[in-house]
Design a protein around this ligand. Sequence first.
Ligand SMILES: Nc1ncnc2c1ncn2[C@@H]1O[C@H](COP(=O)(O)OP(=O)(O)OP(=O)(O)O)[C@@H](O)[C@H]1O
Ligand SMILES: [Mg+2]
Length: 286
Amino acid sequence: MQLRVENLQMEFKQKTALNQVSFTIESGGLIGLIGPNGAGKSTLMKIVATLLKPTQGDILLDGKSIITNPQIIQRQLGYMPQQIPYVPQLSAVEYLRYLAALKGLPKEASDQQIQQLLSLLHLHDVQRQTLATFSGGMRQRVGLAAALLGDPKIIIVDEPSTGLDPIERISIRNLLSELAQDRIVILSTHIVSDIEAVASNLLLLRNGKLVFQGTADKLITTAQNRVWEYVIPLGQHPQDEDNVSELRQSQDGIHVRVVAEKQPTPEAIIVAPTLEDASLVVLEGK
Ligand SMILES: Nc1ncnc2c1ncn2[C@@H]1O[C@H](COP(=O)(O)OP(=O)(O)OP(=O)(O)O)[C@@H](O)[C@H]1O
Ligand SMILES: [Mg+2]
């Protein structure tokens, strides 16, 4: 499967949320959509999920426009919004059954799938509790189960790891990465380290513009020769604090990591960039 986004433009009254965004992705490998607050991630995902019509541009699924024919994608789509809707008085299993019925899934097969998803997302034991009693992270996992109902071939998840503890975060990341082997899976996050281990392709959005598409290795090379480290005595403050990407206290002093084009101080030495450094370079133009 191939998804092709062509010159996508989204204008809200006061704001250009997407500005001539174009890219092509294929099934096989998780796609990480990364950008700071307000970059346009959710807007892009809603447009691909056909919940929002773009001002201009087109999206083609295997060559066919989903803007003119939304049903092409709708019947094979699982979408998890950033704000998970839920019905407080329903239990997890009732809620998922209700959504399965709305999707028109056959009862027996979907009941079986619901039990599988509840186990996979570690909700099996709490499935009869009402959603009102669920923690944020539990609700998040119900939202993901809802998106995976009916085994969609295109999965779009908007910040799935919000509110999850580290164990659940890793578990969901691995689940999505596995699903991505033969599906299109797009996941958004603010934090590149969240998906560093699993995303085969990264899309970086900055203020509505696509500023990078490629592998994590390719992103790291963009930060080569731009990451510096120097040591200051304990108790001192680094100069130029805006560019500091990390401060690490050690026995010999404070190790200051700086992302900058020029050498920040004569003692600073060039160090190998991490993916985090590289995303700072691209997203903050350092
Ligand atoms: N319905 C809307 N009406 C007006 N402006 C909107 C609307 N939806 C989004 N925007 C604006 O478009 C821009 C992009 O918003 P979007 O929600 O896509 O960002 P995001 O990358 O998902 O951010 P976050 O990380 O906070 O979730 C923001 O400036 C936002 O204020
Ligand atoms: Mg968002």
